[in-house]
Design a protein around this ligand. Sequence first.
Ligand code: SAM
Ligand code: SF4
Length: 342
Amino acid sequence: MSDAAIGNPIPAPVQVGLRDRFGRHLNYLRVSVTDRCNLRCVYCMPEDMKFRPKRELMSDQEMLTLVRIMAELGVTKLRLTGGEPAVRPNLVELVRTIAQIPGIREISMTTNGLLLPQLAEPLARAGLDRVNISIDTLDPAKFREITRWGNLADVWAGVEAAEAAGLQPIKLNAVVTREFNDDEVIDLARLSLEHAWQIRFIELMPFGSEADFAQGAVVSSQETKAKIEAELGPLHEVPGHDGHDPARPYRLAGARGSLGFISSVSEPFCAGCNRLRLTADGSLRLCLLRDGELDLLTLLRQGLDVEAIKQRIIASVYDKPWGHGLPGGEIPQLRLMSQIGG
Ligand code: SAM
Ligand code: SF4
């Protein structure tokens, strides 16, 4: 006989973190702390990028309130991104406060590295655990071309500063673009022989007005991997892969570091997705490659109470889409990567 039949109330289901209707557990939030950037990578934003007025972006207090709410709903891992997160004023204090929010166990940051020489040490002391640094090429002239004005030596200084500050393990991100840097994947992979870094090769994704750039320029992870193996020998899977990490790690024989391949386009990893994103203007984005969002900042500014905001989040997250529609030609139109928080 059931509990209800004998008159005992059926206990309400315990809310164990955020789940969607496919049973995926969402405990990882990527927070875009700014839409601004000190570079203009050609695949990411136009040179004359128009940034949102400051009043439309989350203030420190608003961001902290929303992060606190997400932590109370079960988010344990946070990644700061952007735009370039390091250009956000007051970033060190923000990290210090976030690190003290109950429930937050890990804080990482994706950065172009340029400001790490000044910031790595204070960020590490404030509670940042580790960084992913973007570096698409080892050639200074090409770096300038890809970023429009960047200086490659500044990125290396950032990598050095991150290592010195103990922001480890360091991961280096390279977006592979046909006829731009696809001839460099072997040299980038070689970095893992000498250094205990993870070099991650990312497939180019199309977004809104910059989608044309990706036309014909996507290099599949399979192609990148084959190119590396043909030159440097077989890649061995590293055991103990976290099923939520889109980059399954591999190692070259004798290497100190590892390689990862992020195949968002050719082999989407939607089944293992545990991510949500908070855009710099305070919208909860359910999928990187789908435009569905919940405008949390407006709810907050309208004075909706925290419990009501939580209910709205739980309902939206429940409807997180299963996967993206790139194979069917559905390209996210609402925002560019830098406006979502990659
Ligand atoms: N500014 C920081 C940086 O560059 O690392 C953080 C933000 S950036 C948007 C995050 C990551 O997204 C970077 O590794 C960048 O190379 C990558 N990215 C940007 N546009 C992309 C695109 N269209 N397809 C794939 N990756 C992209
Ligand atoms: Fe800036 Fe990062 Fe986009 Fe490059 S990829 S323009 S560094 S936000």
